[in-house]
Design a protein around this ligand. Structure first.
Ligand code: PLP
Length: 365
């Protein structure tokens, strides 16, 4: 496969980020040293020691606390917490990722306001009306708009009602301070690590039932992904060492949004506190899948709605939950930036956006 970074402009970092050189080296190194961390022989014990070492490295880089359970990604981490927390019912935010919605089809839904933020008064009301021992699941930052949830307030309400809290920190880890919660899910491939590995931090193992799986304290079954864990740790350490990256990304996004707004874009949650790397821009009158295909032809990779629902022509449920009409929510594309995005990338994309909008909107007029 060709190196997609050389000839194209990649602006879909919220879907997945390229693996960095340190992570690639760690992965390749681990692939040359083969042993199952559960084997009792010397090779196995060496692999076990390396795996255990990565737990501390990952927690330190993230600024996290709690017991770290390796999983195959954030979706599995979320599924474990939602499925096995010692809770009688569940409340989920209205703009959660599909990993949450799919795992809890019967959950009560805490609505968001027009800015995409959980309404604390509504959450308080739902918690008061729920049977005891509720699990609340709220994302720290939204994967389509970047909008940051009032997570300290959500945690305070959960505590006041004796509820457990799961925070999906996939889009906020290494970008915002670590959230206080009973469970926190993170994914490696959004942070320069490989796909196929994630973590669930568990504050108190007594709040999560094990299922008798032979690995990860009985929380899951399956040979541990040691190359993935080593590469994940290396990726996080590279991010931690690159102190200015979130500021660089934030100023590139500000530049992008200014250029898109000048060309007529409507930006979801503009002016609201958001993680620095995501923007959701509506091109009035042009379906998002059509935009996506035209951007693709011009060499830009962006996304329509959440990555996991790309390929389906469906208005963004996140924007719908924020009160956008079906039509408006079907005309937004997500553009997401990362640590190797350049000003030239932003300028080239903004110019393409303006050109395409001008052509299609003029034709429709
Ligand atoms: N939660 C959020 C907010 C995400 O953006 C994603 C990935 O798109 C996930 C969960 C799922 O992560 P993974 O791909 O590691 O299963």
């Amino acid at each position: 496969m060709a190196d997609n970074q050389s000839s194209r402009v990649y602006l879909d970092w919220s879907a997945t980020a390229p693996m960095g050189p340190a992570a690639v080296d760690a992965f390749a190194g681990a692939a040359r040293v083969w042993a199952n961390p559960s084997s009792v022989h010397a090779d196995g014990r060496g692999a076990r020691a390396a795996l255990e070492d990565t737990r501390g490295r990952i927690a330190r880089a993230l600024g996290a606390s709690g017991n770290l359970v390796f999983t195959s990604g954030a979706s599995e981490a979320i599924g474990i917490a939602l499925g096995r927390a010692n809770a009688a019912s569940r409340i989920v935010g209205a703009t959660e990722h599909r990993a949450v919605c799919a795992a809890t089809p019967d959950a009560a839904v805490a609505p968001v306001d027009g800015d995409g933020r959980i309404d604390p008064a509504e959450l308080d009301r739902l918690l008061a009306a729920s049977p005891p021992r509720v699990l609340v699941a709220v994302q720290h930052a939204n994967n389509e708009t970047g909008v940051i949830q009032p997570i300290a307030e959500v945690a305070r309400l959960a505590r006041a009602h004796g509820a457990l809290l799961l925070v999906d920190a996939v889009q906020s880890a290494m970008r915002l301070p670590w959230p206080e919660a009973d469970f926190v899910a993170v994914s490696a491939h959004k942070l320069g690590g490989p796909p196929g590995i994630g973590v669930l931090f568990v504050r108190d193992p007594a709040t999560l039932s094990a299922d008798g799986g032979g690995q990860e304290r009985g929380y899951r079954m399956g040979t541990e992904n040691l190359p993935g864990a080593l590469a994940f740790a290396a990726a996080l350490e590279a991010r931690a060492a690159d102190a200015g990256w979130t500021g660089r990304v934030a100023s590139l996004r500000a530049q992008l949004e200014a250029r898109l707004a000048d060309a007529g874009a409507m930006i979801a949650g503009r002016g609201i506190e958001r993680v620095p790397h995501i923007t959701s821009a509506r091109m009035v009158g042009v379906e998002s899948m059509r935009q996506l295909m035209l951007f693709d032809l011009e060499g830009f990779s962006v996304s329509a709605g959440a990555a996991c629902s790309s390929g389906t022509v469906k208005a963004s449920p996140v924007l719908r939950a924020m009160g956008w009409s079906e039509e408006a929510a079907g005309e937004a594309c997500r553009i997401s930036l990362g640590w190797t995005t350049t000003e030239a990338d932003i300028e080239a994309f903004a110019a393409a956006w303006a050109r395409i909008a001008d052509r299609l909107q003029r034709r429709a007029a």
